[in-house]
Design a protein around this ligand. Structure first.
Ligand code: WTA
Length: 635
C-alpha cells in the first residue's frame, strides 16, 4: 500500500502504525517511489540519539534541484512553478514556468561557479521576497554550495555575525527592497556588515528598487549582466545523501544564534512528504504560504516542499496591510489560491480590522487554510475558520521548528477532524512523548510536559554549524535518548496534542523566535545601563511582546527616561533588528536574584504579565524586597 498521499483517517492510522513499527521500511518505500536518484541508498537509517548522530539514506546520490525542477519538465514544463506577486498591486504578477525556472536556476548556478563557488562553499543570501531569492537558493543546491539565507529584516551586525559564523565567501543581495510603503536599503546594510567580514570576496547585486547605491570596485557586481552572459544549461552536481544543503540561523536562549544544518536526502523526502499531506496538494492547485524565505517556513513550504511536488507556489513581496488590510484576500481572489498558509500574528492583526476587507473578496477557491509559528489562540482560530475558511476549509494548525525541517504535528485536511488550538496528531514517522520534571514519560491526559521526540525523522537538523557539542547539549541531553523541542504541550483523551509554548528563554514575538540573552547583551552595551533582564508577556496581536527590566548606572540617573528608552531600542535595532525592540522598559534599582546570583525570570515574567499571585517562595532570594518595589512601579 502506498502511504505517500493519505486519503482518510483509516489510511492515516495504517500509515502511522507502519511508520512506528518499521520506520525504515516506511521511509524506504516513500523515498523509493517518489524521487529521482542517481544511486539509491544502502541503508535507510543509522543513528545514535546520545551522540546526536543521524545518517539517513546512506550511500544514496542525488541532486535536490533535479527533483524540484528537471524531472517536472517533460510533463509540467509550461506550468507555473513560481507565481510572484509584487509589493505594489499595480505591478504585474510574474508567472515563472518550470522551464523558465530551470533556465534561471541554471544561469545563476553558472554565475556562482564563475565566481569561484564550488561544492561545500557557503553562500549568504540577503534578499527581499523576489524571485531571485528562490532562484539563488536553488542555484546553490544545484552546485552543492550551502545556502545561508538571512532574513532581510536583520541588521548589519546580525548579518555580519551570521556571515562570519559560517564563513560565507559571497553575498547575494539587492539594491533595496520594497515592503509596504517603505523601501529598505539592503545594500547599505550589507556594506556595513562586510566591513568586518574579510572572507567575503564578492557581492552579487540584484536591481530591484533602483536606489542609488555604492558599488565597491572588484567586490560588487550587478547580477543581471552576469546572468545575461551565462549559459541556460547546467549539469547538476552529484550530492551524497548527507551532504549539507543549507544553514539557517535560529535564536537560542543563550549566546550566539545557532546555525542549524540541514542535509540533502532526508530533508528532501520529508518536506515533499509533509507538503503533499498537510496541504493535500493536487495538480492544478495554487498554493500560497505568506512566510518569508528568510525563515524555515519559507525554505520548506515556499521553495522545496511545493517544487518537489511540481506545485505552483506563490511568492509575495509585500505585507498584509499595504495598500490596505484587504491585500491578502485580494491576492487569494486574484490568483484563485487553493491553499493558504499564514501565521497567527497576521490573523490577529487582520481580525481587528473591518470584516469588509475579507467579505469584499471572493475566497471560494480556498480548500485548505493553515497556521504556523506560535500557538493559535481560540479567538484567532475561530475568526480564521469562520471568515476565511468559511467553516468549509479545514484549518491545519501545523507545529514544527527550524530544527525539525518540516511539520511534525498537524491535522491532515479532510482526514483528521480539527479541534481549535490543537495541532492534533503526529504525522506518520513522528513519535512524540511528553516528559515530566523527573524525566518520566507522562501517560496522563491534560498534563503539561516537555515535548520530546523519541525517534528520528528524515527532516531533522543534523548539527549546529561548527558546534556539534552545543547541538547535543541543547537538544539531546535534557532527556537522554530523546530530542527535546523546548516546547511544552499536553495531550487530550484521544491523543491530540496542544502546544502550550516555549519552556526556555526564547520568546516568540509576531511569530519570530527571539532569544532574550542576545537582546540583553545588546542593551548592556548602552553606556548608562548596568544590567538588564528581558521577558515575554502576552500581547493581543504579536502573541508575545518583550518587557525589559533595566538597572541604570550612576551616569543614567539624571537622564530623561524616555530618551533612554529610545536609545535602548535603537541599540537593539542596530544589533539585531527592529523585530527585537522592547514594548516596555522599566528602570529598576535591582533584579530579583537567587543566592547564586541567577536572575529569577519566573518572577519577572509574572510581574510583566500583571499576575501578582503566587510568586512562590521568594524568601530564598538574595534581595526579596526588590520584588515589591518592581511590582509597584510596573508599567
Ligand atoms: C512555535 C517555525 C504552537 C514553537 C516553523 C516552536 C508553534 C517554535 C507552532 C519554532 C504551532 C511553531 N503551535 N507553537 N502551530 N508552530 N510554534 O524555529 O514554540 O521559527 O518551538 O519554526 O515556534 O519556531 P521556528
Amino acid at each position: 500500500m502506498s502511504y505517500y498521499s493519505i486519503k482518510n483517517l483509516e489510511h492515516y492510522f495504517k500509515a502511522y502504525k507502519k511508520s512506528v513499527k518499521d520506520p525504515k521500511a516506511f521511509w524506504d518505500k516513500i523515498a523509493d517511489e517518489n524521487f529521482t536518484w542517481y544511486r539509491k541508498w544502502d541503508k535507510v537509517l543509522e543513528y545514535d540519539m546520545q551522540e546526536a548522530e543521524f545518517n539517513w539514506f546512506d550511500g544514496a546520490k542525488l541532486n535536490i534541484t533535479k527533483n524540484c525542477i528537471d524531472r517536472h519538465l517533460a510533463k509540467r514544463g509550461d506550468k507555473t512553478a513560481i507565481l510572484f506577486e509584487p509589493n505594489d498591486p499595480k505591478e504585474e504578477a510574474q508567472h515563472i514556468t518550470y522551464k523558465q525556472l530551470y533556465e534561471r536556476v541554471a544561469k545563476m548556478a553558472n554565475v556562482l561557479q564563475e565566481q569561484g563557488i564550488t561544492k561545500g562553499d557557503r553562500v549568504c543570501i540577503y534578499l527581499p521576497m523576489i524571485p531571485e531569492l528562490a532562484v539563488s537558493v536553488l542555484a546553490c543546491a544545484r552546485i552543492g554550495a550551502v545556502h545561508s539565507v538571512v532574513f532581510a529584516g536583520f541588521s548589519a551586525k546580525a548579518l555580519e555575525t551570521r556571515i562570519n559564523d559560517s564563513d560565507c565567501k559571497i553575498v547575494i543581495t539587492a539594491d533595496g527592497g520594497f515592503r509596504g510603503s517603505k523601501t529598505i536599503d539592503l545594500k547599505g546594510i550589507v556594506d556595513d556588515a562586510l566591513e568586518n567580514c574579510p572572507d567575503v570576496k564578492s557581492v552579487l547585486v540584484v536591481k530591484r528598487t533602483n536606489a542609488e547605491i555604492t558599488m565597491k570596485e572588484g567586490r560588487d557586481h550587478w547580477l543581471q549582466p552576469l546572468l545575461d552572459m551565462a549559459s541556460g544549461n547546467h549539469v547538476a552536481e552529484i550530492m551524497k545523501a548527507e551532504d549539507p544543503l543549507f544553514i539557517l540561523y535560529t535564536s537560542g536562549s543563550t549566546g550566539k544564534p545557532k546555525g542549524m544544518l540541514h542535509t540533502t536526502a532526508g530533508y528532501m523526502v520529508y518536506t515533499a512528504y509533509t507538503f503533499k499531506n498537510v496541504f493535500r496538494y493536487e495538480e492544478n492547485d495554487v498554493y500560497w504560504c505568506t512566510a518569508d524565505i528568510g525563515w524555515i517556513t519559507g525554505h520548506s513550504y515556499i521553495v522545496y516542499g511545493p517544487l518537489l511536488n511540481g506545485a505552483t507556489t506563490v511568492m509575495f513581496e509585500g505585507v498584509p496591510s499595504y495598500p490596505d488590510f484587504g491585500r491578502f484576500w485580494e491576492i487569494v481572489e486574484k490568483h484563485k489560491i487553493t491553499q493558504f498558509y499564514t501565521a497567527p500574528t497576521a490573523i490577529r492583526a487582520l481580525a481587528k480590522e473591518n470584516l469588509d476587507y475579507v467579505e469584499n473578496h471572493d475566497l471560494s477557491s480556498l480548500k485548505v487554510i493553515g497556521s504556523v509559528g506560535e500557538p493559535i489562540n481560540e479567538e484567532a482560530w475561530h475568526w480564521y475558520n469562520d471568515h476565511v475558511g468559511k467553516k468549509r476549509c479545514p484549518l491545519v494548525d501545523t507545529w514544527w521548528q527550524t530544527e525539525t525541517g518540516g511539520i511534525l504535528i498537524s491535522p491532515l485536511p479532510f482526514v483528521t477532524p480539527t479541534k481549535p488550538t490543537y495541532a492534533s496528531l503526529p504525522l506518520p514517522g513522528v513519535q512524540p512523548v511528553l516528559m515530566d520534571e523527573l524525566r518520566n514519560e507522562i501517560e496522563d491526559n491534560q498534563v503539561v510536559g516537555s515535548l520530546c521526540m523519541k525517534f528520528p525523522w528524515p527532516g531533522m537538523a543534523r548539527t549546529i554549524w561548527g558546534n556539534h557539542q552545543r547541538f547535543k547539549e541543547t537538544y539531546f541531553t535534557a532527556y537522554p535518548g530523546k530530542y527535546f523541542t523546548g516546547d511544552g504541550a499536553l495531550r487530550d483523551e484521544v491523543g491530540y496534542y496542544r502546544i502550550t509554548g516555549r519552556m526556555d528563554d526564547v520568546v516568540i514575538v509576531s511569530g519570530h523566535n527571539l532569544g532574550t540573552a542576545p537582546i540583553e547583551d545588546a542593551i548592556n552595551e548602552h553606556p548608562a545601563v548596568a544590567e538588564s533582564a528581558i521577558v515575554g508577556f502576552p500581547h493581543d496581536i504579536k502573541g508575545n511582546a518583550l518587557y525589559g527590566f533595566v538597572i541604570l548606572k550612576e551616569t543614567g540617573a539624571g537622564r530623561d527616561p524616555n530618551n533612554l528608552r529610545k536609545e535602548i531600542n535603537e541599540l537593539i535595532t542596530d544589533q539585531i533588528g527592529p523585530i527585537a525592540k522592547l514594548e516596555k522598559i522599566q528602570f529598576v534599582p535591582g533584579l530579583p536574584k537567587t543566592r547564586s546570583g541567577k536572575i529569577m525570570r519566573r518572577i519577572l515574567r509574572k510581574i510583566a504579565e500583571g499576575d501578582f499571585s503566587n510568586f512562590g517562595d521568594i524568601s530564598t532570594l538574595l534581595n526579596p524586597e526588590i520584588v515589591e518595589e518592581i511590582k509597584e512601579n510596573r508599567i
